[in-house]
Design a protein. Structure first.
Length: 141
């Protein structure tokens, strides 16, 4: 089941999944972030955090030809049973960031837990600052 969920997740990241997070996430999904010390429970709050993370981590930089290229990219994946570990790299405020998304799905293909871990500390601090600003902006819109 996790293979289909991750295929849908990648399609969502590319902007090619019409059902989006509403289709991917279980109503009682739990989101665990390196930025917030308590688990965030429920689809709406998880959508908010994933949206803010996408805008914070997924920006673009110019490639060798001067064209925008996404900074965020998955570099490795491990899929087993109902679990996936997706390693990613990005750059934020000129700092290299490396992390993993640990995704667990249920038997009907909905994500029931989404856990994010990031390193190094300088990147976490930069992400924390930008995520806080992004969440405030998104909640006031």
């Amino acid at each position: 089941m996790i293979n289909q969920v991750i295929e849908k997740w990648y399609a969502y990241i590319r902007g090619e999944f019409p059902g989006g997070l509403d289709e991917l996430l279980a109503d009682d999904v739990v989101f665990l972030s390196p930025i917030v010390y308590t688990p965030q429970k429920g689809k709406e709050i998880t959508k908010l955090y994933l949206g803010a993370a996408g805008k914070t981590l997924g920006g673009s930089k110019d490639d060798a030809e001067g064209k925008p290229a996404p900074k965020f990219r998955y570099t490795k994946e491990v899929l087993a049973g109902n679990h996936a570990v997706l390693e990613f790299e990005t750059e934020i405020e000129g700092k290299y960031a490396n992390g993993v998304d640990i995704i667990t799905c249920n038997e009907i293909g909905k994500i029931i837990e989404f856990r994010v871990m990031i390193r190094p500390l300088q990147a976490i601090n930069a992400i924390h600052k930008q995520m806080a600003a992004m969440l405030e902006e998104m909640q006031s819109a």
